[in-house]
Design a protein around this ligand. Structure first.
Ligand code: DC
Length: 222
């Protein structure tokens, strides 16, 4: 087992930005577990699988093979031999991933893969259940969160910067729905692990968050 830093938290809290930067600074690999749930969601979307039908999901999962590789330090997700990394970050796939990540068959397939990766490398791994389920003995556990307003505001700014039309209230509603779905499923719901350190980034810059996380890592692992 290598060293592992588990970062969990709700959608839009800045987990992936922070985990990427931190992994670079520490020389660890970054494992984006949300991308794996999104890759399975791509399979379901491409094959017209009904996300509300667990039997259909269970048999579809048997036909899915997900692997990870790194190109220039950037995680690539391979779905049945095809690199689908470029297809993962759409609202449609995010919603499909949120709906289908509640199923045991989906979760156990991906949790196994995540544990195997952490057995062989030092990792910064982000997701919803890393500290509670995937790596209960992680070296350091962080629960990264921010108010719904702050998360919606950041998403709004991102979309505006890309030149996309968007509505702040609709983004807020979407974030609330995603939080509810992730926190209320019966298997591995999003919650802070008892031994995780809470970091609320609502009023913090990216640089401040990195400084705070390094302090926590030095205290815990130091
Ligand atoms: O972090 P993200 O938006 O890429 O994740 C997409 C969905 O995948 C999220 O709504 C819930 C699910 N997910 C999960 O259930 N467990 C994880 N460890 C990571 C993501």
């Amino acid at each position: 087992m290598g060293n592992s830093i588990a970062i969990d938290g709700p959608a839009g809290a800045g987990k992936s930005t922070i985990a990427k930067l931190l992994s670079k600074e520490m020389g660890y690999i970054y494992v984006d577990t949300g991308a794996m749930y999104r890759a399975i969601a791509v399979y379901f979307a491409q094959n017209n699988i009904n996300p509300d039908d667990e039997d259909e999901i269970n048999s579809a999962v048997e036909n899915v093979d997900i692997t990870i590789r790194y190109e220039d330090g950037v995680q690539q997700v391979i779905l049945n031999g095809v690199n689908v990394t470029g297809l993962l970050r759409t609202e449609q796939i995010g919603n499909m991933a949120s709906k289908t990540s509640k199923y045991g068959a989906v979760r156990s397939k991906l949790v196994d893969l995540q544990r195997k990766i952490a057995e062989n490398a030092d990792v910064v791994m982000d997701g919803r259940d890393i500290g509670t389920t995937v790596l209960p003995n992680a070296t350091v556990k962080i629960y990264l969160t921010a108010s719904c307003d702050a998360r919606a505001g950041r998403r709004f700014d991102e979309l505006v910067a890309k030149g996309e039309q968007c509505d702040l209230e609709a983004i807020k509603k979407d974030i609330e729905a995603r939080d509810y779905q992730d926190m209320h499923r019966s298997i591995s719901p999003l919650k802070q692990a008892d031994d995780a350190v809470l970091v609320d980034t609502s009023e913090m810059s990216i640089e401040q968050v990195i400084v705070r996380l390094k302090e926590i890592i030095n205290e815990k692992a130091g």
